[in-house]
Ligand binder design. Structure first.
Ligand code: PHE
Length: 512
């Protein structure tokens, strides 16, 4: 069956696709804000340590399991684990849930591109452009959001139907360099705005966010660990099946460790660059409008779709042009990530058909997956981030925990909040204790890792990754469910202990 399975055209093509998957909305609006809020440099150091000791390890592991089995997540995990085969389902359902809102956000980008283009062609006063008004009007027009979400899904569908090297690789080969250039343009524009230095200080000077009044209180180190860990995983596309699936199309010759280092480094670089592009512009605009630092929206959808739109609207004649460049950049980042999620889901059925001897079923399978994604995305598009209705309003709940305040958060809670940290924790335990780290190291050996790397890998996969993931899981549950923090730490560590025992006790499975 291998013969008919897709593969990348080249290692560079694979790298650009994997970087494309990693670089997404997470980099552009998650990273900068979390960095500023969590004490700038402290966050960056914690993030980098986690990326090396945890992110890199899971990245190498996913690539290895994918390439060894040459299967998509559900079947791949069935092959390498008896006890935890079900995490393959987590790694397929989670991308499906993420797509419910990722596509809606992609649709917002399309609307903002259209808006700034209209402004560009009709001049200054014909279109009202205040970020808050534009955003509010968009959210309360569900039909528009549904239409643009559908358009975004169609774009992704066409690319994924084009195939692994004919569609996904091709898109990223053009998209990633273009994104990089556009990011540089926006950085230059952002840093030359008045007061831009305040934004840089928010990001990079320890304690500045509190001192200057951007936030009230700095989080403690454990909270930073949870926040940075969650951000790192989402940003690197880990524990969602995407990297595993992309790895399954990779040739045996390629060096998995080197590839992982490049992907992690590129993703982190782009996250930092995105921060430097976005935060100084937002801060500059706010301060020049006479806002207090605490009043400037630097997080979430508000940052991209209110604050930055205000920045572009107040930039004079060239504003809409920068607006178009910026939202196209975000759109490319969103598409390159969304296609990796779509591929991960569709790959399961494409593989199944291949097993039955049916080749060329990609078109049909991707179409079905796209339709299913559309069904769930319609709900997220229509609720307008809770402006029109929300899980809480439907249930008649008054004091609303984060996970019920809109359908985006609801879907995000189960995927990024729970499936991701749990999946990563169990994957590490499965490799480190149920199986043996050699499951991965033998596969990596096609690029022959050094003794030093082997020892490092064993230490991380057996101990460091599972423990860090318990902190991340607790952090996510605190964010989404609120309530007593201690309880969530107890829950997360109880799960860790249970799965650790399950993994370590009893027979080891045959090596796949
Ligand atoms: N990494 C993407 C981002 O930063 C999101 C993503 C998560 C993509 C998981 C694929 C898998 O936005």
């Amino acid at each position: 069956m291998d013969n008919n399975r897709s593969s990348w055209g080249s290692n560079l093509g694979f790298l650009l696709a994997a970087i494309g998957s990693a670089v997404g909305l997470g980099n552009i609006w998650g990273f900068p804000y979390k960095m500023g809020k969590s004490g700038g440099f402290t966050f960056l150091i914690v993030y980098l340590l986690l990326a090396i000791f945890v992110g890199m390890i899971i990245m190498v592991s996913e690539l290895a399991v994918g390439r060894k089995t040459k299967l998509s997540p559900i079947d791949a995990y069935q092959k390498v684990s008896k006890k935890f085969a079900w995490i393959g389902w987590l790694a397929t359902i989670a991308p499906f849930l993420i797509m419910s809102f990722y596509t809606v956000l992609g649709g917002y980008c399309l609307q903002y591109i259209a808006l700034n283009m209209t402004k560009l062609s009709f001049g200054n006063d014909s279109v009202a452009m205040g970020g808050g008004d534009v955003f509010g009007a968009m959210l309360t027009t569900p039909i528009g959001c549904v239409v643009f979400t559908t358009l975004f899904i169609i774009i992704c569908m066409v690319i994924v139907q084009g195939g692994v090297s004919g569609g996904i690789e091709k898109f990223n080969k053009v998209g990633m360099p273009a994104l990089f250039v556009m990011l540089l343009i926006i950085i230059v524009r952002s840093l030359t705005l008045p007061n831009a230095a305040e934004g840089l200080k928010f990001m990079f000077v320890p304690g500045y966010a509190v001192k200057a009044g951007f936030i009230e209180k700095a989080p403690d180190l454990i909270t930073v660990l949870g926040t940075a860990g969650g951000q790192m995983f989402f940003s690197l596309s880990l524990a969602m099946g995407a990297i595993l699936t992309y790895g399954s199309y990779l040739s045996k010759e390629e060096n998995l460790v080197k590839n992982s280092v490049i992907i992690v480094a590129a993703d982190t670089l782009i996250a930092l660059m995105a921060g430097i592009a976005v935060i100084p512009a937002a801060v500059s605009y706010g301060l020049n409008q006479g806002m207090a630092p605490g009043e400037i929206t630097l997080r979430g959808p508000g940052l991209l779709f209110i604050t930055l739109q205000d920045v572009f609207s107040n930039m004079g004649k060239l504003g809409p042009l920068f607006g178009v460049i910026f939202y196209v950049l975000v759109l490319i980042a969103a598409i390159s990530s969304a296609i990796s999620l779509m591929e991960t889901i569709a790959a399961h059925w494409i593989d199944k058909d291949l097993e039955k001897g049916e080749t060329d079923t990609r078109q049909r399978n991707v179409l079905i997956v796209s339709l299913l994604i559309l069904l769930e995305a319609v709900v997220v598009a229509a609720d307008g981030l809770g402006s029109n209705f929300s899980p809480a309003s439907l249930l008649g709940i008054k004091t609303v925990p984060t996970f019920l305040d809109c359908f985006l958060d609801f879907m995000d809670c189960w995927s990024e909040g729970i499936a991701m940290p749990l999946g990563a924790m169990i994957m590490a335990l499965m490799i480190g204790w149920e199986n043996t780290p050699d499951l991965v190291l033998d596969e990596v050996a096609h690029g022959d890792p050094s003794q030093g790397f082997k020892a490092f890998y064993r230490l991380c996969v057996k101990f460091i990754v599972p423990i860090v993931m318990a902190f991340v899981l607790a952090g996510q549950m605190i964010d989404f469910f609120g309530g007593n923090q201690i309880i969530w730490y107890v829950v997360a560590f109880a799960l860790l202990v249970i799965f650790w025992i399950v993994a370590a006790v009893g027979k080891k499975p045959e090596q796949a």
